[in-house]
Ligand binder design. Structure first.
Ligand code: PLP
Length: 455
């Protein structure tokens, strides 16, 4: 790396959720190019990107077909005002999403486009609140989400986020946000040591509704498999109970599919695994496989129709780049690839293979407590003691782990925000050889970590 580039990074660049001091002190890796499931840095070093960028490069790197679609759209017309006119590629994406998304009701879903996940969540919350008011419930402003969940950084999305460290610097947040426990069998206070889940975690949500009063609550928002906390997969029946609760009380059920959508869990939308339908689905990331920023709130007709009629009924919300034509063209080409290459099916098969190989390789490790996930979204929870499930905390150990994985050419997340979990979320086109390589490196590095922590 040239001195000028490092100096520009050290002085002027500000990565997100990142301690920039690290880059002042040492020259960072600059990722310059990608192909399939692999990326290459400025020194030409190859990495398997087992995180798909940031859970978004579902169709893989180097897709000429997507780049070509964006190029053609940019030359035709690159921008149309989202406040005034529909644009054709966005309309076509809306049509596709309306067909694909598991949305409740018999009607036709309406799609509100934005430019990312936080805005999608922000929009879903605002739509829910204005919808409740329009129905005459002025006091329905509260939300229920889960502890530890991450739903984004704007103030509304941050309020439903349940990570205290992320929320604390910005309090007070939007009033009325309530947080229920995570449905994590491995660490559940009710069923961790039982033979089966008794769904006490969903009873906590029902209890909040009862205690607060259903007529104060606008929406419940959950992520099908919760990323934060490490691939938290709720038991069968969990989302059906939330669906029933929402049906009984008129609370809007929002599924945040920003990560889980577009094949990640082995379905077009993760919600399908539980055989339920949401009132609103939020999505982003995999919608364009990260080729261009785009997000959406997919809204059931019964809710969207409330905003029709008089001028004053309209949704009082909008952003300049919602449904950007070039992003929409990227989404169309990306959806074509996902469909043609049956990537949800492929994620199911590859996910089963990767899970099997990981269990084979890591089950005997003394510091691997739990391996969980769905499709190509897998978490490996590390513990100090398998018997007691005592957590393996230690920033230095997790930093060592991340550095070691990177040095051996594997990008994944060694997440230490709660109990430490290694997260795998590769492009859905990852092949067997690449998955085998990920398992081999993880096996070696986890063994090295075991020797560091258990003396
Ligand atoms: N919702 C979920 C479940 C997410 O994982 C994220 C980001 O990781 C967001 C919302 C926010 O998305 P964005 O970073 O595109 O604003």
């Amino acid at each position: 790396m040239t001195h000028a580039l490092h100096s520009a990074i050290a002085s002027h660049t500000w990565l997100h959720f990142y301690q920039m001091q690290n880059l002042v002190e040492r020259a960072p890796i600059v990722i310059e190019r990608g192909e399939g499931a692999k990326v290459y840095d400025h020194n030409g070093k190859e990495y398997i990107d087992a995180l798909a960028g940031l859970f978004c490069v579902n169709a893989g790197y180097g897709r000429k077909e997507i780049a070509d679609a964006m190029h053609a759209q940019a030359l035709k017309i690159h921008y149309v005002s989202s406040f005034s006119y529909p644009n054709e590629p966005a309309v076509r994406v809306a049509d596709r999403l309306a067909d694909l998304a598991p949305i409740a009701g018999d009607g036709e879903p309406r799609i509100f486009f934005v430019s990312g996940g936080s805005e999608a969540v922000e929009s879903a919350l605002k739509i829910s609140k204005q919808y409740q008011r329009a129905r005459g419930y002025r006091g329905r402003y509260k939300t229920i989400s889960r502890r530890i969940a991450y739903h984004g950084t704007t103030m509304g999305a941050l309020s439903v986020t349940g990570l205290q460290s992320v929320r604390a610097p910005f309090e007070p947040l939007v009033p009325g946000a309530r947080h229920a426990p995570m449905p994590l069998p491995y660490r559940c206070p009710y069923c961790a040591h039982e033979s089966a889940c008794n769904l006490a975690c969903v009873r906590e949500i029902e209890d909040i509704v009862e205690q607060e009063g259903a007529d104060t609550i606008a929406a419940i928002i959950t992520e099908p498999v919760q990323n934060s906390g490490g691939c938290v997969v709720p038991a069968a029946g969990y989302y059906q109970r939330i669906r029933d609760l929402c049906d009984r009380t008129g609370i809007v059920m929002i599924m945040d599919e920003v990560i889980c959508g577009f094949g990640r869990l082995g379905y077009w939308f993760g919600t399908e695994h539980w055989n339920v339908k949401a009132d609103i689905i939020t999505c982003a990331k995999g919608l364009t496989s990260g080729y261009s920023p785009l997000g959406a709130a997919i809204v059931k007709q019964e809710i969207a129709d409330v905003f029709l009629g008089e001028e004053r009924n309209k949704l009082m919300h909008g952003i300049t780049f919602g449904g950007h034509p070039v992003s929409a063209a990227a989404a169309l080409a990306n959806l074509d690839i996902i469909e043609r290459e049956a990537l949800p099916q492929r994620a199911q098969e590859s996910g089963a293979y990767l899970m099997g190989r990981l269990k084979e390789a890591l089950d005997s490790s003394r510091i691997v407590g739990d391996i969980r996930g769905l499709g190509l979204f897998i978490g490996i929870e590390l513990v100090k003691d398998k018997g007691t499930r005592e957590s393996l905390h230690g920033e230095a150990d997790m930093a060592w782990l991340s550095d070691e994985l990177l040095a051996r050419g594997i990008i994944c997340r060694a997440d230490d925000r709660l109990d430490p979990v290694i997260q795998l979320s590769p492009p859905l086109i990852i092949d067997k050889e690449e998955m085998d390589r990920v398992v081999t490196v993880l096996d070696e590095v986890i063994e090295g970590l075991e020797q560091r922590v258990i003396k």
